[in-house]
Design a protein around this ligand. Sequence first.
Ligand code: NI
Length: 142
Amino acid sequence: MKSGKTARFSVSISAELLEQFDRMILNVANRSQAIGDLIQDALIEHKKEIGNEEMAGTITIVYDHHKPHIQENLTNIQHDYQKYIICNLHVHLDHHNCLETLVVKGEASILKKIADILISSKGVKHGKLTITTTGKEISNFN
Ligand code: NI
């Protein structure tokens, strides 16, 4: 929904739960904003699980570039999926280790697949995929 209209609704939950929630959101402007943020987060998680909507994200990997063929292999994978990879940041962490972050955009299921292939590549020490919204469907109500 692109409209910035505000809808009102009432919710019944246990007083204890609400008390805990209010303690948690002490530094958020107000309860409505906090609940809106939680719903937004749940919607993004849901879209991530369904997998067929366009989303944005990052894939970060750490590897030892001295391992045989690792650089060549990782580059080949990135060329195979180049239409989903917007940019690539490579940092030489020390003499052995490199950190690479790819900014990706595409259906969540494809982003997960690209991340799985890269992270499970031989020589990759650790990797992480972060998926978020492209922002298109979210209007700013704050
Ligand atoms: Ni490097």
